[in-house]
Design a protein around this ligand. Structure first.
Ligand SMILES: [Mg+2]
Length: 235
């Protein structure tokens, strides 16, 4: 059995917060590298300021393609794992539109530029639990506790909370008391998912080995990078 996985994007893969705060601080360009010396970066924004920043986001052409990735190598790793372990991966986002291309295409473009080819992106507002249910997901990775709670209470899927703030101990304890796994990096989340896949496979160990007897022969997988030319079919 191969896993069906859902990944939230902002806060999990893309550093939305840094890009948003860069606009709030009046940066003309989107420099998303966080500056630990900058106290203003941690101050909460007033609601009027938040509206102004969203308005800038909406007017900026293809703004969603300009965000930095937290762990770029892990996005490429997720793609390799999904090909190697036959995972079906869905990326989920509630991003609002910005000018330029549709937000779905901007997000696909961004994912491909970080090494995840042919990504399935759904831009659905509303309950993550309903979405996990409809897509028959096994696990969802999200940086928001309320989304994780929504997933575990509204679907049979498990949830992993990606909590990059190591000081948020109360939030971590609360999540774990609800049966939600907690990790602090995308790398850690992928390690957990990889282990989960191996456990699932080992449970069917005997059957798998028997099946392997009948599966010898040439590897008929498509190329790892689908944008490369497809090899000629063998006679
Ligand atoms: Mg998020």
């Amino acid at each position: 059995m191969a896993l069906r996985l859902g990944f939230d994007i902002d806060g999990v893969l893309a550093d939305f917060r840094a890009a948003f705060e860069a606009i709030a601080r009046g940066g003309a360009s989107i420099d998303t590298s966080p500056d630990p010396e900058d106290d203003e970066a941690t101050e909460p924004l007033a609601s009027r300021e938040v509206r102004r920043v969203w308005s800038t986001v909406q007017r900026t052409s293809n703004w969603w393609t300009c965000l930095a990735a937290y762990e770029p190598a892990q996005i490429a790793r997720l793609y390799s794992l999904s090909r190697g372990l036959r995972w079906e991966v869905v990326f989920m986002t509630r991003r609002p539109e910005s000018s330029g291309d549709p937000v779905q295409f901007q997000t696909q473009w961004w994912l491909e530029s970080h090494g995840f080819y042919l990504p399935a992106v759904v831009t659905v507002p509303g309950s993550r639990g309903d979405l996990a249910n409809a897509l028959r997901l096994d696990m969802v990775v999200d940086d928001q506790l309320h989304n994780c709670v929504d997933v575990v209470s509204g679907s049979p899927a498990k949830a992993i909370l990606l909590l990059r703030d190591s000081g948020a101990r109360a939030l971590r304890d609360h999540a774990m008391s609800r049966g939600i796994g907690v990790v602090s990096t995308l790398r850690e989340a992928l390690d957990v998912l990889e282990r989960a896949q191996h456990v699932l496979t080992e449970r069917r160990g005997r059957l798998n080995r028997l099946i392997d007897w009948f599966q010898s022969g040439p590897d008929d997988s498509l190329p790892l990078k689908p944008r490369s030319p497809r090899p000629e079919p063998q006679e």
